[in-house]
Design a protein around this ligand. Structure first.
Ligand SMILES: Cc1ncc(COP(=O)(O)O)c(C=O)c1O
Length: 352
């Protein structure tokens, strides 16, 4: 399928204007975009073209009914300057999982990976070379059909844009356990990467920030006690030497970093339990001294060490050091920069 991607290159690259030491967060985009339309029941000619505005009909169904899903991944470079992707086929599968949940057409997984390889190869000059920095890739799909009425749209765009990114959270973070709003419940869309999940999280995140916290810690919809996940991360706790991460219960995202971190921890002989975990259990562990570490895991943030969790009027102190979190972070960064042996075959060369 990759041979089939029509390429129109920009006549003037903006890559040389980028200051890798000073990358503004989420506002710089590379020269090109990948775009493919779904019309008449099938995906049409895939294209890479200069980044451009896309005309949108005011009745485009994504704007009204929210049929919009996305993915997030990163390209890095090894010491030889060769771009690498991290488990891109997992993102392809998850995009299609989200598409099915939202009544959208699936995108061919081989074309998803081929398109990423091709655009990253073209945009290699935009990949920040420093460890912890990367070219963030944003594949997304949305309903373009102009129609007022509730049903699945018949036309869509699948697009990939790319944005260079520095390290996300460099400091230890504080979470706010939300007890009024929820992110997701079983049977909802929490396990899909649907745009609407993030829309509903914006207001609670602003409230958490206004209280001095970095991100929301989402709890279950019934008891507000079972821990789900964090803003754009899954979460791990180390209690009494063992790691615990909430099980995939249908309401949380099946994070690609999460599943990789489970393997990395097990490679390092740690026990990892995937099971329901309550905030009460975490509070009790903090009180009796058995809460040793906690960290969030996600593509954008990598590994974010958690210092404290605010809950009602109290604050749970987690820890001031995260030796295992640091080991996991170094392992992921080492794999992404090609410095560590890739024994799970996670890294994919873009011209390989
Ligand atoms: C809600 C949510 N949970 C978890 C994650 C972590 O997933 P991944 O490790 O695949 O980036 C993300 C980021 O994609 C997210 O948005």
């Amino acid at each position: 399928m990759s041979q089939n991607i029509h390429v129109t290159k920009t006549t003037e690259s903006r890559a040389s204007q980028l200051d890798f030491e000073n990358i503004p967060l989420g506002t710089t985009f590379t020269d090109h975009m990948f775009i493919c339309s779904y019309e008449d029941g099938k995906w049409q000619q895939p294209k890479i073209q200069p980044l451009a505005m896309i005309p949108t009909h005011p009745a485009a169904m994504a704007l009204h009914y929210g049929q919009a899903i996305f993915e997030g991944m990163k390209a890095t470079v090894n010491a030889a300057g060769e771009p690498l992707l991290f488990r891109p086929e997992e993102n392809a599968k998850r995009l299609n999982f989200s598409a099915r949940r939202m009544g959208m057409p699936e995108f061919p997984e081989d074309l998803f990976v081929a398109a990423l390889k091709k655009i990253v190869n073209m945009e290699r000059g935009w990949i920040p070379p420093q460890e912890g920095s990367a070219l963030y890739l944003r594949p997304f799909m949305y309903a373009t059909e102009p129609f007022i009425g509730m049903r699945a749209a018949t036309s869509y765009h699948f697009i990939i844009i790319a944005s260079p990114a520095g390290p996300f959270f460099t400091k230890r973070i504080k979470l706010y356990a939300e007890t009024k709003y929820i992110r997701a419940a079983q049977g909802g869309t929490g396990e899909a990467k649907a745009a609407g999940n993030y829309a509903a999280a914006i207001r609670p995140t602003e409230i958490a920030k206004s209280k001095g916290y970095d991100q929301v810690l989402w709890l279950d919809a019934h008891e507000f006690n079972y821990i789900q996940e964090v803003g754009t991360m899954n979460i791990f706790f180390k209690i009494n030497g063992k790691f615990i991460t909430p099980s995939l219960d249908g309401a949380i995202l099946d994070g690609i970093t999460r599943k990789s971190v489970i393997d990395i921890l097990e490679d390092n002989k740690y026990v990892v339990e995937q099971r329901p975990i309550t905030l009460s259990e975490v509070k009790e562990a903090a009180a009796n001294g058995s809460l040793e570490e906690a960290f969030g895991t996600g593509t954008a943030v990598g590994i974010a060490m958690i210092q404290a969790i605010g809950h009602d009027e109290t604050e749970i102190h987690v820890s001031d050091e995260s030796p295992v979190g640091q080991l996991v972070m170094d392992t992921i960064n080492g794999l992404r920069s090609g410095k560590l042996e890739d024994k799970h075959n996670w890294m994919v060369a873009v011209n390989g």
